[in-house]
Ligand binder design. Sequence first.
Ligand code: C2E
Ligand code: CA
Ligand code: CA
Length: 580
Amino acid sequence: MVRAKRQDSEENDQLRELKLVCMDNLLATPEVRVYFKDLQSRFLLVSAGGDAISSPSGHTLAELIGKTDFDFYSQEHAAEAFKDEQEIIRNGESILGKLERETFHDQADAWVSTSKMPLRNKHGKIIGTFGITRDVTAQVKAENALAYQVLHDPVTGLANRFALMDRLGQALVAMERLPGRVAVLFVDLDHFKEVNDSFGHDAGDQVLAEVGRRLSRFSRHADTVARLGGDEFVVLCASLSDDDDVSLIADRIVEGVRPPFVREGCDLSVTCSVGIAFTSDPLAEPEQLIRDADEAMYEAKASGRDRYRVFDPSQHIASTAGRLKVDLTHAIESGELFLVYQPLFSLEDKTLVGVEALVRWRHPERGIVPPDEFIPFAEQHGLIGRIDSFVLDEACRQLAEWTSRDDWPIGFTMAVNVSGRELSETGFAGIVDEAIRRYDIAPQRLCLEITETAFIGAWGGIQETLAALSLLGVRIALDDFGTGYSSLAHLQRMNVDIVKIDRSFVENIGRSDRDREIVAAVTAMSHALGMSVVGEGVETDHQLDTLAGLDCDQGQGFLLARPMSAEAVAELAGGNRLGG
Ligand code: C2E
Ligand code: CA
Ligand code: CA
């Protein structure tokens, strides 16, 4: 009995000791700020991390005791903190991981993640609050930069394709409530390549920026001016009434782009061709509207450039879309589609770790057609399911053939692109399961690449399919990361194994600090969440070294290897070293 009691009190002593050690450690940790406050929200004790509040306002730690947030922070921020703490004291419930922007009297600010809990004495009575705050300014800034990057074109500062599609979608939906018309003006510079070739890319970029400024000037205030890439721009005119005359805007644009730009004493001049497409149908497909305007722009080019043309639907149906659909259906059935494979390398030891399967079309008249020219079309016209099934089957067959060889690299993976539309179809996981069984493939060797935009666009619909795929054991990669609108925080909710950083970031990694920081933040965050990271579109040694320096796991790009035939991959795997 006596012994039991002694043991008990020894254990209590140990526990007390442990609690004190824990508290000492916590109070001394510089990355976090720990504080105790009384019932009136006055500081009782502040940890070493409290330097963060003492420094901007010039207070020492000791001086904080007895003060309140109102002594350091802006009225607004202090009032909110005070309200939260009084709430905790009243109902005893904690507030966990709240993201707050702290603003100080001297205008300085910081982003923090704060958790606050009731502080109780040994009888359990609440005697104040206890808080832990972590500075997350760097992460929030990286996210904001990413959000800006995601919606803007870096050369002109205009909206980019993603922002444009978003606004076009909104403009169409708005016609449900308020009937009217939407016009898309597709603007393409004439012979722009000559400017780049004779004056260099810097001059080219300056011309693009100036054209961007002029387009903004000649369009209406509420219009969206966007750069799609290259020398292609779009002006979106939403909520047009019958009186609005879009041809006036088109005239102004064609005439306004013509006057020469003065650069370093030289006159540079370009002209542009404009195609216009209209719709008053809220259910119109945004991509289709852009394609119609694009087609009208080609008409303008064909009739001599430096002018505009309006899209004529009757001509269109007979010509392009109808024929393409017949051709593509025929291509799928008669085996004109085939695969090439682009190698992926480990950035650590430069060994071959896998390939991405990319589809090509061997067209009897046009030669080899790249996927960008028929995949979006196939998605629109209900043909993508058959293409993706063909690619999945052929890629699995090839993978099985390769990995049956004794000398094939261990851990080698095959990545296959899957359209977002496919994923929201029920039964897709079943198709994958069947392919794996048919060729007896280890599921973790197969990786399905899904674009970030598909992830977000079909958020609800694809969750079940993704869960089923996870159960099968295949890997999921988030493709083209950075081109859709997902923040770093989104990553956490997505059930993915691999993040593929889009080519546009890798391209600028050597030139822009912002892009480098974004890649660093994405990599760190992905690693923290147990995902690996692939840098896409590596074209220079500098990009390769920078990615490796930022701890990126794998690289893919023309510098390392171009998409190639299955035979060429086999040869490479024999050497199994970059450049070896
Ligand atoms: P993606 O999935 O982002 O594929 C990578 C694309 O970037 C490929 O173009 C590849 O050739 C290109 N690329 C790779 N390294 C570099 C580089 O260093 N510099 C440059 N400038 N480009 C590089 P590709 O083969 O033309 O494919 C274009 C897109 O078509 C793919 O983009 C993918 O979204 C889609 N796609 C291709 N095959 C399939 C498929 O079988 N099914 C589906 N649904 N989509 C596919
Ligand atoms: Ca891909
Ligand atoms: Ca990609």
